[in-house]
Design a protein around this ligand. Sequence first.
Ligand code: BGC
Length: 740
Amino acid sequence: MRSIYYFFALTFLVLFHGPVNSQSKNYEKQIDSLLSIMTLEEKVGQLNQLPLSWDTGPSSPEGDKLKDIREGLVGSVLNIKGASKTRGIQELAMQSRLKIPLLFGLDVIHGYKTTFPVPLAESTSWDLEAMENSARIAAIEAASAGIHWTFAPMVDIARDPRWGRIMEGAGEDHYLGSLIATARVKGFQGKGLGSLDALMACAKHFAAYGAAVGGRDYNSVDMSERMLREVYLAPFKAAAEAGCATYMNSFNDINGIPASASKFLQRTVLKGEWGFQGFVVSDWGSIGEMIPHGYAANAREAARLAIIAGSDMDMASMCYRKELTGLVKDGVVPVSVVDEAVRRILRMKFTLGLFDDPYRFCNEGLEASTLSKPEFRAAARDMARKSIVLIKNEAETLPLKTGKKIALIGPLGKSETDMLGGWSVWWDDNSDVVSQFEGLERRIGKENLLYAKGCSTRGDDRSGFDEAVNTAKEADLIILTIGEDRDMSGEAQSRSDIGIPGVQEELAEKIFALGKPVVVLLNAGRPLVFNRIAEKADAVLLTWFPGSEAGNAIADVVFGDYNPSAKLTTTFPRTVGQVPIYYNHFNTGRPSPDDGPSRNFRTGYTDLEQTPAYPFGYGLSYTKFDYSDLKISSDKMKEGEKVEYSFTVENSGKYAGEEIVQLYIRDRFASVVRPVKELRDFVKIKLEPGEKKTVIFVIDKEKLSFYNDELDRVTEPGFFDVMIGASSADIRLKAELELK
Ligand code: BGC
């Protein structure tokens, strides 16, 4: 009887699941049929995500793991890449009783084969279209190589540069962060899941991982629900609205509960309020980590807590695989809870078209013709140029003119892998990276470029100093390339000292002592403290980790083929003691004056100015932009109305350039205290020398709204400051608005 039923159910599946190129298609009937023929073990198998080592192939001796796949006890695999490898592993899944295809997941964070700048760097471009395109290209490449799912975008708001993972996000602001989250989700998912060049996106880490106490990775978070909703959940909500297919739990406990066990986050907010139809994957081992958290006594307890809370798939802890069947059989976990999680995962497998053809993403020919296309490299170069922040440019040192002898000095000058930054997919393959040296050499020729390493990014070996100084002596100008290496930011790379590491500052002092012009290239995955360098250098370019096209992009900026336009999306502190420091703080009852150390019982430090080294929104250009002629449609706004702010921006310098014009508001008095400034809009405009453009910002009720103490999104009548400027600290035009 059972086998006849099984036959009909399978026939139904094959005949009726139809075309797949639509995300909105309803697969619920097919899923019902499939669920009805699955054993409990097979259901639990779908909730199990297995890490395989990079080089696992179908015939490698990973014993039980591969056996589990053949027996239908695995729903997804991570860390396998390449059309041929994924095909080989999928073939094993096709030997299972129900032939349910595997999902292949991978951290495609800032590019697959063509590596783009690290996400924090990209965010400083404020160029949503370019970021969407960067994610799009990553998806096209990865999908051609058998990948269905990227564990990106990371949308954690981060206000603490000690936290190494600040590199993976979009900075400290939730308004900009939400727009970037939307752009990246759209980029990864393209025209819709089911297209052969779309990846499922995964908004991570849900939630508030970026608020880890002390910036220590994996650390606890305790915050009000109001702050959580207004700031930390905002980009996650935006991702849900953009149709993000999956979410990943965070490692941290939040308000006393490990995120993977948070019913509030997963059931109340994500699947409830936001109506999310995709599935939630745990972070690596985070379900098992409920034990050291002190929340679950053992793996069985951890599995129960996680599935009840709504974590659908277990990444790597094996708690579900080992415990969930028993929990259901013992009546502790209702099978309906397991069914719901399986349904969510199967829904995505159907949507991707894997039941039509489990190998549809495993086409070696397509992979070979897709990776590293010239147009992808060109986009990576453009994105890298757009992500380089001009921090200082004394006496128009930059752009450099050709014809001078240049010495490139510093540990990162010839480094290739460092240019890729953390979370690059091709970790050890630097064959297609353009180093800084190579990029500059291509631009000015061998005969004009000298090089010495000087020292390493780490340690205290000064033996290369003399050679570096002697090399520098022979040049007209020095480009000093210092900062972090790529392993210094990213996961588990929290640092208590965010200065320039090793003996690089000492090397810099020796170079500055020569009295020649010095341009500093600062490589970093986080805001750094570099006050002395900034003081002594003639020019500083924050290059971050620019990706495959690093050297070309840097040469473009240094020689003025591209005029830098990027602006910081995180505040850069004067000292680590100022951290956390962010632009959208509250005023307090005792605000300090901005221009000096705090005195007379004011908030702040008595030994330090209150302002940061570089504020949110800061970044210079080779040209100059003037703001003038503000016209306001009204200084009052009633329910349902909008107010327009129109003004002129003029390029009064001698280079064409792009300006990121920013709109901030301040709600002067409200039922809960409001930040001194909140970014509410921005526009990036390009102007030729002498050109003027009219910019119009529109303020509506939504832009003035916030979460009140009852957690309702409201606007309250009263007065607002409207501020328009070139950074959060460089306000050029101001107005007052009264909301009636
Ligand atoms: C990280 C995630 C990542 C996962 C899979 C975890 O350690 O926190 O961001 O997606 O590993 O590699």
